[in-house]
Write a protein that binds this ligand. Structure first.
Ligand SMILES: [Zn+2]
Length: 469
């Protein structure tokens, strides 16, 4: 069998075809209450959604679809719920044969096998506008660990490395879980310290770290702080930025490293899209240039228009993913809230791996966390778009996120050009009411403008969703 990262397009396509069929027919359609109801509502038979093309015809869904009233308890319906009987009906052949063989030898171990494949045994927090737990079975954790060993190859890490990760303590995230299991699978020792400078400095005083994991947004500041605290960075050969660092954040990190570290470490991003459990990384050979390397046998990627969730007409848009092989909270055509520039499927020009690469990613950009006058709020711009788009009294619109010139607070403006014959006050009230119903908050202001007065549809975020800071 060709190695996971050297397969030909034909081999990858055949593997994905098998993976989609198993995931949809044997796992998600029979055992996910939410997806079973969804397919029913759409009048789609599981079989017809069980090919890559059939799957692509399903509308993408995200947290607001699963929890339409904003109650995160809705996300529990994504978790696969299979009993012993259901397992025998739907487990794929090799797994079922293994389980049945075990039942003959040791009666209790059939149940153990069914449990390992179906029962959640661990949770991490996810969600952008809402917070909800994402479940993994024991088999899922095996898969996360195996993907982690692949991540180590992509990042160019070895068992001789020592990882010190300054990730926020408290809320366990999919990225922390993926790095921890990846380190275990690769035989690399790893210490998770918490995201404060003094916590990191204490760890660095005691361990000869060769790999630092730092949140992308605070990495430069943390490096500066531990340098001032006298930490020795002389053994550091890799700095992993957790999330999707902007060009400015990377430049700041490189600048601090240039002053404080003699070893010229590789600076690479690692990222888990929201809801997912596998971590993607940039390859050591291509660094920031060739995008996040993904796992084509374990996930199917697509890009949709963030305003409508329809297939994107340009290369960029919102990243949508289908998990292949993961159970627990199993996701089909999941809207990650990440904006991406493109998903490239040609072999990586730097490392030659034949895996899809996600370039120009901005994590969670479609659900920005805003410091509004009423406090911190995650604002789901996809929901704002859904509330305004298609209104019969609205001719065109923009949703603008920016900072108020008056007091520096962030604000959400909905700019609307009304249709001829509609009443201005009715339009303003109706838009505000619908945004609150769908997105869970009132816009700071609804502004009525003549059509020519709307700002140009921009490239900052996506078409009519404009992020201005
Ligand atoms: Zn590469």
């Amino acid at each position: 069998m060709t190695s996971w990262d050297r397969r030909s397009p034909a081999q990858l396509a055949a593997g994905q075809r098998r993976g989609v069929r198993t995931q949809v027919v044997d796992a998600v359609a029979p055992f996910s209450p939410w997806w079973r109801a969804r397919l029913d509502d759409l009048g789609i038979a599981p079989d017809s959604a069980a090919t890559p093309e059939g799957l692509r015809r399903l509308p993408a869904a995200g947290e607001r679809d699963v929890c339409p009233d904003g109650d995160p308890r809705g996300a529990a319906a994504l978790v696969l719920q299979a009993g012993e009987g259901g397992y025998a009906l739907h487990a794929d052949g090799p797994r079922l044969r293994k389980a049945l063989r075990r039942r003959l030898v040791r009666p209790g171990s059939y149940r153990a096998q069914v449990d390992a494949d179906t029962r959640p045994s661990s949770y991490v927090w996810a969600g952008l506008g809402l917070r909800f737990p994402v479940a993994s079975t024991r088999s899922d954790l095996d898969l996360v660990a195996r993907a982690g060993a692949r991540l180590w190859q992509v990042l160019g890490l070895h068992s001789s490395d020592v990882v010190v990760a300054a990730l926020p303590a408290g809320e366990r995230t999919a990225l922390a879980q993926a790095l921890e299991l990846g380190a275990l699978a690769a035989g690399t020792p790893a210490l998770f310290t918490g995201a404060e400078g003094d916590q990191l400095a204490r760890a660095l005083a005691l361990l000869p770290a060769s790999v630092l994991v730092l949140p992308a947004g605070s990495a430069a500041r943390l490096l500066q702080e531990v340098h001032q605290a006298g930490a020795d960075l002389g053994a550091v050969s890799t700095v992993l930025l957790a999330g999707t660092p902007s060009a400015g954040e990377r430049a700041d990190v490189e600048e601090v490293l240039g002053r404080t570290c003699r070893t010229d470490p590789a600076v690479l991003a690692v990222h888990v899209p929201d809801g997912h459990r596998l971590a993607w990384g940039e390859c050591r050979e291509g660094r920031a240039e060739t995008g996040l390397h993904t796992y084509p046998d374990l996930e199917l990627l697509d890009v949709v228009d963030p305003e409508s969730a329809a297939p994107a007409e340009s290369e960029g848009g919102e990243l949508v993913l289908t998990q292949l092989g993961l159970r627990g909270t199993a996701l089909l055509r999941w809207r990650t809230g990440d904006l991406v520039g493109a998903v490239e499927t040609t072999a990586c020009p730097a490392c030659r791996r034949t895996v899809p690469r996600v370039s120009g990613a901005a994590a969670g950009a479609l659900v920005p966390e805003l410091a509004l006058r009423s406090g911190m709020r995650a604002v789901d711009l996809r929901a704002v778009a859904a509330a305004v788009a298609g209104r019969p009294d609205v001719q065109d619109w923009r949703a603008v996120v920016g900072r108020s010139g008056r007091d520096g607070c962030e604000e959400l403006l909905v700019l609307v050009a009304q249709r001829d014959g509609s009443d201005a006050a009715d339009v303003a009230v109706g838009v505000a009411r619908d945004v609150r119903a769908v997105a869970g908050l009132l816009p700071t202001q609804v502004v009525l403008l003549p059509r020519g007065g709307l700002p140009a549809a921009g490239r900052t975020a996506s078409g009519r969703l404009l992020l201005r800071h």
